[in-house]
Design a protein around this ligand. Structure first.
Ligand SMILES: [Fe+2]
Length: 180
């Protein structure tokens, strides 16, 4: 179910997010970025499927806890999606920090691999409207958008070293690949 997984994920994301134009534009951009990193991960279809699905928890019908990585994953788990894909979506872009700050726990493992880093890289280097950016600018944009006191801002500031480390690891792998 490799290519099938990828197209199922794209269709699922479109169905859930097409009425949220910014989230859908961002998601399409993240999927494009993920495709660029396909050569530096062990399972490119899984990476691209996770990119399509990472924000589906923003879909109004799927809101449970109010924290989109967990809400999206609850839905995916109910569809019988693999634990690995669930873990990628649940932990995308250092979600564990914001989960803790919201008093929530994530019930899926964070695999801490180059594939997971590449998903974080794709998300962190894509603007809310789907254009390419860099990790530091994206973190700054989140701070401005939510304001200093918001749990999202506090969490992204706390997670920034881990986020930027994952971005850096992925960019090193991409640079090495491009030198070959
Ligand atoms: Fe995202």
């Amino acid at each position: 179910m490799t290519t099938d997984l990828r197209s199922w994920a794209a269709r699922t994301a479109r169905a859930r997010l097409c009425e949220l134009p910014r989230r859908w534009a961002h998601t399409q951009g993240v999927a494009r970025r993920a495709a660029l990193a396909a050569g530096v991960v062990d399972d490119p279809d899984l990476l691209i499927a996770a990119a399509w699905l990472h924000d589906i928890g923003y879909a109004p019908d799927l809101v449970r806890t109010g924290f989109h990585p967990i809400d999206g994953t609850i839905h995916l788990a109910a569809q019988g999606i693999s634990d690995r894909l669930c873990g990628l979506v649940a932990h995308h872009s250092c979600a564990s920090v914001e989960a803790r700050n919201r008093g929530l726990t994530i019930d899926w493992p964070d695999e801490r691999t180059s594939l997971r880093d590449a998903l974080w890289w794709a998300d962190l280097t894509t603007t809310p409207t789907g254009e390419v950016t860099d990790g530091s600018s994206r973190i700054e944009e989140v701070r401005r958008r939510y304001g200093a006191d918001h749990v999202v801002t506090r969490s992204v500031v706390e997670a920034a070293p881990e986020l930027l480390a994952a971005v850096g690891r992925t960019e090193r792998l991409l640079a090495e690949r491009d030198q070959v």
